[in-house]
Design a protein around this ligand. Structure first.
Ligand code: HEC
Length: 242
């Protein structure tokens, strides 16, 4: 039987170390790009620059005193796409009048066609939220209760499965480092717990907005695990003296 406990990362063949290191570096880069994506997606949610608690509460709890459309174009991230004076006010007063179909065709549709539909169409940047006809627009003219469950499910299942696989791979390599067994167990378990807490809170933030703080803690734990699980094996493979 092979005795895995005596296996040392620094004694692996060079080709093995190269492939493990390359994979870890590319996963690290992917993680950094994911952070950029997170920032670009959410930093303007509350209309202010910078990614803050306010952005997360707005994204996942919503704004209960207004509709999603009104919140986005009035002090939200979509206001920038309504540069002509008066257009925003026209849409807002249409919403206040109860969003009638007649007013949509006459007033709102031409404004959306000109400013919004280039992204909000089935092939556009924001294809999950097309705004090309009355029915589609009505889906955002209701009280903003944060991230819709369907969107949460779509994001959660792909992230939990793919990040789970990434941490399986990183954890396997990490388990052969020379740290104490109990530290290794703690480090390899942390990201799986953080992932569950993160997406659990993201769902429950609809009801308890302060859970976004726990979301941030679990996000930071994921980042920490990522760094430790990449840097320690890299160090042991290439720098550690035998
Ligand atoms: C350059 C592409 C682009 C343009 C132009 C654009 N949007 Fe968006 N829109 C997005 C993206 C990306 C998001 C998701 C990120 C966010 O919410 O800030 C979004 C989100 C939204 C949402 C929230 C949808 C949801 O499911 O929560 C609404 C409502 C919205 N936009 C309305 C508009 C309106 C109205 C206009 C025109 C005045 C507009 N958008 C113009 C890209 C665009």
């Amino acid at each position: 039987m092979i005795d895995f406990s005596s296996l040392k990362l620094s004694q692996l063949p060079v080709a093995t170390r190269v492939v493990l290191s390359s994979a870890m570096v590319i996963l690290g880069i992917g993680y950094l790009v994911a952070m950029v994506n997170l920032y670009l997606t959410y930093s303007l949610t509350d209309g202010e620059p910078g990614l803050t608690v306010g952005d997360l509460k707005r994204a996942f709890y919503g704004r209960r005193d207004t509709t999603r459309l009104a919140a986005k174009i009035h002090g939200g991230s979509m206001e920038q796409f309504l540069p002509k004076p008066g257009e925003k006010e026209k849409i807002l007063s249409w919403i206040q009048d109860g969003a009638p179909r007649g007013g949509y065709e006459e007033i709102v549709q031409p404004i959306l066609m000109q400013n919004c539909v280039r992204c909000h169409n089935p092939e556009g940047l924001q294809r999950f939220r097309p705004l090309t006809n009355y029915e589609e627009v009505m889906t955002v003219v209701e009280i903003d209760r944060g991230e819709p469950v369907g969107l949460w499910a779509r994001v959660a299942h792909t992230h939990i499965q793919s990040i789970g696989l990434i941490f399986l791979a990183l954890g396997l390599v990490f388990s052969f480092t020379s740290l104490r067994e109990k530290w290794k167990i703690a480090v390899v378990t942390l990201p799986f717990l953080a992932l569950l807490v993160d997406f659990g809170c993201r769902y429950l933030a609809k009801y308890y907005p302060n859970l976004v703080y726990l979301m941030m803690v679990s996000g930071a734990s994921l980042g920490f695990s990522f760094a430790v699980m990449i840097l320690v094996p890299l160090y042991e493979m290439w720098m550690k003296r035998q």
